[in-house]
Every structure is written in C-alpha cells, then in structure tokens.
Design a protein. Sequence first.
Length: 267
Amino acid sequence: MDQLRVAHSDLSDAAARTANRRWWDADADDYQATHGEFLGDAELVWCPEGLREADANLLGDVAGVRALELGCGAASGARWLARAGAEVVALDLSAGMLRHARAAADRTGVTVPLVQADALALPFPDGCFDLVFTAFGAVPFVTDSAALHREVARVLRPGGRWVFAVTHPMRWIFLDDPTEHGLVAVRSYFDRTPYAEYDEAGEPSYVEQHRTVGDRVRELVAAGFVLTDLIEPEWPAGHERIWGQWSPLRGRIFPGTAIYCAHLTPS
Ligand SMILES: C[S@@+](CC[C@H](N)C(=O)[O-])C[C@H]1O[C@@H](n2cnc3c(N)ncnc32)[C@H](O)[C@@H]1O
C-alpha cells in the first residue's frame, strides 16, 4: 500500500466520525457485494471466522428480549434476533449501510426499526434495552470507546447484557496482509495510535482504533459492566474464506477476533 496514504496518527473524534461515515457510505455497496452472502440476510455471524450465534449462543434465549444492534450495517443480526422472537432496533451511522438493511428487509419480509445515529449519542431513553450487541460495528471506530461503553450502560436496564465482537488486538502488531508476508511483527502491541488512511486531498478517509485487552476490560468495568467471557474464535478446519487480514494461514497461528460478553450488575 502507498506509504504516503496510510499512517498511524492521532485524530479528533469529529475527524474520525466524519471519515468513517463517508467511508461506510462509499463502501456500503462493495462491502455487501463482497461479504453479504457470507453474512446472510437474517443471520448473526460474529466474525470472519464464521462463528454464528445459532451455534455459539452468546446472547442466550432472546425471545421477548428488547435488543439494540449497534453498527448494524445491513442489520442481518437484528433480523436473526427478530425471527427468534426479540423486539429489536438496528442502528448505524451510515445511510449507505442502512440502505442495504432496507433492501434485505424487503427480500426477507423481516422488518426491524432502523435508526441512523452515532453510537456515542444513542437516541433512546435510559434503561430501555435488555441487550445491546454488535459484530464489528461502531466499537473499533470511535475515538472514545470508554464513552461508548458508558452510553451502552445508560440505555441498558440493570443486569442488561452487552456483547461485542472486535478485531483482536494481536492484529495491530502485524502487517495488514493475510499471506505469510504479513506474519512480521512491525508495531508495538502497546502503541494505541489509530490506523488511518488518507485520500488525495490529505483528509482522513478511514480510521480504526486499537485497544489492548486490558484497555477493554478497564473501560467496561469503569462503565459498570461485569465481564463474563472473552471469546477468541479459533479458525475452523476447512474454512478457506479470506477477509482482509483474516485468513486460514493467520488464523491457525493467532486469533483475529475478540468477542466480549458483559452485563451490568443488577441493581
Ligand atoms: C465492519 S462494519 C460491520 C457491519 C455489520 N455489523 C456486519 O457485521 O456486517 C462496521 C459498521 O459500523 C458502523 N459504524 C462506524 N462507526 C459508527 C458509529 N460511531 N456509530 C454507529 N455505527 C458506526 C459503520 O457504518 C458500519 O456499518
């Protein structure tokens, strides 16, 4: 990749949000064309390793549960929960991604309310959900992830659950390359400077944040959550699909995804 257009650099929350909204609006068609079939129209696929909620049962019985999907993209996960009997709302920052959510609702006949908003300012009253979840939505993209956990805690009832999948922090040590050339440690695990791509005008066009495992645990605990599990899905035998830096080669050596399962303490 062009060295001049990729960097690790500090950016304000506003700059990161603007870049990400533009990125996901522009990338929405390509993202769905590339990954839509793998993700399904009404499936909750947690990660490129292909772990499905139907098999993993990280959310428990969702029948009758009031749920919110953050950074929903085409909202396939929300439709899976709706079919399982949940009362679910799907939220994303990007109108482009939500356009695909509407198209998938038409295809499947499963309609969930769609909301365009920033996960850092959820347009919902306090304590109105039993469950908030996301597969790679919002959390890796916001500058202030501690504030995001506080915002999720605000909209959850006491005892409510928060389950989110993010890029495993091991990934940031290595080159962004799924082949053996990518198995070279190039950065410190402890360097939290965000990964950023820049357009020709020098404006940030894509920003992704790195947090260590310790950072995530500390941010969750500070927001009032109890961490109950941390899943590092192993690469399944026979799964050959490459998604960005995720590949069978890399997956055999170290995890690409971390799924945090937490709940608020009951009051
Ligand atoms: C990698 S995609 C994941 C989409 C979907 N969860 C999936 O599994 O395909 C990341 C999503 O997060 C959304 N996103 C990024 N920053 C966000 C924010 N601050 N608030 C809400 N959504 C955000 C993007 O618009 C995008 O749809």
